[in-house]
Ligand binder design. Structure first.
Ligand code: FAD
Length: 475
């Protein structure tokens, strides 16, 4: 049966996965409908994720840099923070991009239906729009419904002083004292912002290091720096209770190890809960039409991003980790091409060898491909080439030489297996190593490539010289 609207391809969700898929499919000549419950396109990433956080992190960087130029003989006064203006600026950044997407959708004749979609049959979605129920029928569907904030049950979430990342990005005021629960990327990025704006930060993390997915040597320079700036960092520690009080939120802790004692209960003005995200696999009735959803809420897919129902695909946060925008958009493009390509696309598959991860903290931490932790776990032999930024002219000239650049190389072929960088702009610098890995580059390919001097990008090249043994006397 046909719905009120019929499409070759329906995309459910307009985040980086969804809009990339929709635009690509339209470019390939398909009639595309994109369903999105919120009035603006862009999903979590543009509205309450990647983009607003980076706008605030930019400002944080300017403030902390100005604080630190005293050592170079330039002393700035205390910054006057006009919170309304800062908020408006952040919102204008988001608006520019989300409006841009609306324009791109129009240009490509991608029809956007605003409302919450629910599957009512394997070829039909019902949408609750502001003007009533509409049905959209389709030949193929790409589910790109993303993820939501995860939380620990039992805490007083109706108290506005207990925020999630969306609340923290609203920047309603600058609290005096804030606890961040969860020392992962999102928690530490928000900590970076609030610290620069003058809030006293404490971080509590259950695992034995901050940013648990990254190698310990990459996290160390960040930990050292923020330990000096923040009030406290509690590792291997669990929050067991949050009690509302008039003068703040009282938090009780429990140690998760025999060696680290639990801190005494503390009172905070504000708490940011940043313990991860959960996939939205169970929110659109997809399991009722026979699509498998696993126990965590992910929709499993094969290498072609097909679910167990062959004409229904899933991409982005909803189909698995890592929950990153560039993974979602890469999958979106591929799913659209597989559907639009018909029999020509039978061989196409998701075959990214490395998906880079970046924490936009200060310093930034970026890694891709194999990590040392994974290599050790899987018993993979590798050669490690590390260049400390203390020997980089550019890093010294920037007064930020705490970083390091690490390459993991295959012992025999000396091809790149993985890389990790910590330091200013690590997120930009990691791209070269991703290209290297995708192209099957070995140490010589990078070592024989002329890098501009003096740049931080040279540290990748210097790491190959370390591997070669031509730099040996750094320390
Ligand atoms: P989403 O962006 O989650 O989009 C899904 C869309 O589907 C949403 O707009 C939702 O409203 C809609 N939807 C869901 N169900 C329905 C329904 N039933 N009907 C209609 N519409 C529906 N990633 C990075 O790579 N870099 C970063 O710097 C980064 N920073 C982040 C910072 C924060 C604070 C957060 C929270 C996340 C960050 N991420 C970052 C993660 C990134 O935002 C996600 O990986 C990315 O948005 C996933 O894209 P997606 O298309 O899968 O889904």
């Amino acid at each position: 049966p046909q719905g009120d609207i019929h499409a070759d391809i329906v995309v459910l969700g307009a985040g980086p996965g969804g809009y990339t898929a929709a635009f690509r499919a339209a470019d390939l000549g398909k009639k595309v409908v994109m369903i999105e419950r919120y009035p603006t396109l862009g999903g979590v990433c543009l509205n309450v994720g990647c983009i607003p956080s980076k706008a605030l992190l930019h400002v944080a960087k300017v403030i902390t840099e100005a604080e630190e130029t005293g050592r170079q003989g330039i002393v700035f006064g205390k910054p006057a923070i006009e919170l309304n203006k800062l908020r408006a600026w952040k919102e204008s950044v988001v608006a520019k991009l989300t409006k841009g997407l609306t324009g791109l959708a129009k240009q490509r004749k991608v029809r956007v239906v605003q409302g919450t979609g629910k599957f009512v049959s394997p070829n039909m979605i019902q949408v609750e729009t502001p003007d009533g129920l509409r049905t959209v029928s389709f030949e193929h569907c790409i589910i790109a419904a993303g993820s939501s904030v995860a939380s620990i049950p039992g805490f007083p979430y109706d108290d506005p002083r207990l925020m999630d990342s969306t609340g923290a990005l609203k920047l309603e005021d600058i609290p005096k004292r804030m606890l961040i629960i969860g020392g992962g990327i999102i928690g530490l990025e928000m900590a970076t912002v609030y610290d620069a704006l003058g809030c006293k930060i404490s971080v509590v993390e259950l695992m034995d290091q901050l940013i648990p997915g990254a190698d310990a040597d990459l996290v160390k320079p960040l930990h050292r720096r923020i330990q000096k700036r923040y009030e406290a960092i509690y590792l291997r520690t669990k929050v067991t209770g949050i009690e509302r009080r008039e003068d703040g939120l009282r938090v009780t802790f429990e140690s998760a190890s025999d060696t680290v004692p639990a801190p005494e209960p503390q009172l905070y003005d504000r708490i940011l809960m940043a313990v991860g995200r959960r996939p939205n696999g169970r929110d659109s009735g997809v399991e009722n039409i026979g699509v498998n959803v696993d126990e965590r809420g992910y929709i499993p897919v094969n290498k072609q991003l097909r679910t167990n129902v062959p004409h229904i695909f899933a991409i982005g946060d909803i189909c698995g980790e890592p929950m990153l925008a560039h993974k979602a958009s890469h999958e979106g493009k591929l799913a659209a091409e597989i559907i639009a390509g018909g029999e020509h696309a039978t061989e196409a598959a998701f075959d990214a060898r490395a998906i880079p991860s970046v924490a936009y903290t200060d310093p930034e931490i970026a890694w891709m491909g194999l990590t040392e932790t994974e290599a050790d776990k899987q018993g993979i032999e590798y050669e490690r080439a590390v260049f400390p930024w203390a020997a980089s002219g550019r890093a010294i000239a920037m007064a930020r030489d705490e970083g390091l650049t690490k390459l993991l190389l295959d012992k025999k072929s000396r091809r790149i297996l993985g890389a990790g960088i910590v330091g200013v702009n690590a997120g930009e610098l990691i791209a070269e190593t991703v290209l290297g890995l995708e192209m099957g580059a070995d140490m010589e390919d990078i070592g024989l490539t002329i890098h501009p001097h003096p740049t931080l990008s040279e540290t990748v090249f210097f790491a190959t010289e370390i591997a070669e043994g031509s730099i040996t006397d750094l320390y």
